[in-house]
Write a protein of this length. Structure first.
Length: 454
């Protein structure tokens, strides 16, 4: 990860998940936990200070403003200068105009951060706000890393990690009115551990899976709608940044990265867990900015069972950090395809934070952060591309009408724009989400993109 100044590291370590853990993995009567010496955890009680003399620095340059064919809609409706970042999105499979977005949010003030749900029933035109962290724990006053999944009907599951000053624990809240209110919350991981970066998957058989990381990647499952959770199962030591998808039979495939590869674990209904390597990776190349970016995989599954996974990679010394994709055809013994580069630019711009979705038409959409419009590789836009086969992609299309300067926020001051952007498919549309600084602070923006004839 980038090297921050010491004062910034101390201030940001909670939300960035950089928690020093002393101990070893152990199994108690109910779940796998991490034996931890709490006194040695470097988890502060305060977050990043707000810049009192902040001077706005919006993106400039000939290509900072562009005409794009998609509306850019601000999701959060607060009137503060506080930051919202790291969006996650889910679309109701029964109503593709029903969207739930989760994000990190500093609007509560005093430097505290929490997770917020933003709900739209009209395809993103208007938004309501709700707060899933309803069963607050006195030892965990902050919350971050939202993850969202739909169950049946209007049931929504919202996972997050609660932390500060204690180590992180994963909570899952449940809504039965589409995300407008939250009726219950459970704790999916032990308070004795240090959990981070949860990812949730809801299956056709009614099970909920939560994947999370500590010094390894773990999973836990609920068979009663998130009321209670199984003992945690180890997936792989060193596994990070889970991205799960599920098929029509209720099998779950979770993609994640290790220090040198993109990996997949298949969690079957009856079979034992199966691990495989998708591709080897090269660490991201140095960038002239402060915000963190990692090799996060993003995945989707077609109705025919074909699996797709994309990730950023520093493999090319000539073209900067790029987005690559691979797929595994259902019922094929050919294995994972050779990685294909998605971004088509020829310069050394950075492409990072990809998000992938497969629509009902089985076409693959990938969107990502892209610095190609700024020779200094600081300002970023969002681009997207679509493919019918996961191998050949159409033109890279700009989504953002205004470029973002990552330093243009008085709270994060260029240190954090979130670890990922988001993308989900509806009927004849995809919804692209990102962290945007055009208003001189970090906001969540959405672009509804029609996929008809595209």
């Amino acid at each position: 990860m980038p090297k921050f100044k010491p004062v910034v590291v101390m201030a940001m370590v909670a939300i960035l998940g950089v928690i020093a853990v002393v101990g070893a993995f152990a199994v108690n009567g109910s779940r796998s936990t991490v034996a931890t010496n709490i006194s040695e955890l470097t988890v502060p009680g305060a977050n990043m200070p707000f810049a009192a003399n902040f001077k706005a620095s919006p993106a400039t340059g000939a290509e900072a403003v562009a005409s794009v064919p998609y509306a850019n809609i601000r999701v959060n409706q607060d009137q503060t200068q506080e930051a919202q970042n790291e969006p996650f999105v889910a679309v109701n499979p029964s109503n593709s105009r029903h969207i739930v977005v989760g994000a990190n949010n500093w609007a509560a003030g005093n430097g505290r951060f929490e997770v917020t749900a933003y709900v739209s029933f009209d395809g993103g035109a208007t938004w309501a706000e709700s707060h899933p962290y309803i069963d607050r724990n006195a030892g965990r006053i902050d919350a971050a890393d939202p993850t969202v999944a739909f169950g049946s009907g209007n049931t929504v599951y919202f996972g997050f990690v609660a932390l500060t000053p204690a180590p992180g624990a994963v909570a899952v809240s449940t809504s039965h009115d589409g995300g407008l209110t939250w009726s219950s919350q459970s704790w999916a991981t032990s308070f004795a551990g240090a959990a981070d970066k949860p990812a949730i998957a809801a299956t056709s058989t009614g099970k909920l899976y939560v994947f999370y990381q500590s010094q390894a990647l773990f999973s836990t499952v609920s068979s009663n709608g998130g009321q209670s959770w199984s003992a945690s199962s180890l997936i792989e030591d060193g596994g990070r940044n889970a991205a799960p998808v599920s098929d029509s039979a209720g099998n779950v495939y979770v993609f994640y990265n290790t220090a040198s590869a993109i990996r997949m674990a298949r969690v079957g209904q009856t079979q034992r867990m199966q691990l495989s390597t998708v591709a080897n990776t090269v660490g991201l190349r140095q960038r002239p900015v402060q915000y963190r970016a990692n090799i996060y995989p993003t995945a989707g599954i077609a109705s025919n069972g074909t699996l797709y996974v994309a990730w950023p990679d520093g493999v090319s010394s000539q073209t900067g950090n790029d987005i690559f994709i691979s797929h595994l055809t259902a019922n094929s013994d050919q294995g994972w395809t050779a990685p294909v580069r998605v971004n088509s630019d020829s310069g050394n711009a950075d492409q990072l934070m990809p998000a992938l979705s497969v629509g009902s038409d089985n076409k693959v959409t990938v969107a990502w952060l892209d610095t190609r419009n700024d020779a200094s590789r600081v300002n970023y836009d969002v681009y997207m591309a679509r493919s019918a086969n996961g191998t050949t992609f159409g033109a890279n299309t700009r989504v953002t009408a205004v470029s973002s300067n990552p330093n243009n926020d008085p709270r994060t001051q260029g240190q954090l724009i979130g670890d990922y952007f988001a993308l989900a498919s509806g009927t004849n549309s995809v919804y692209v989400l990102w962290t945007d600084t055009r208003n001189n602070n970090e906001d969540i923006y959405l672009a509804p993109v029609s996929t008809t004839n595209n």
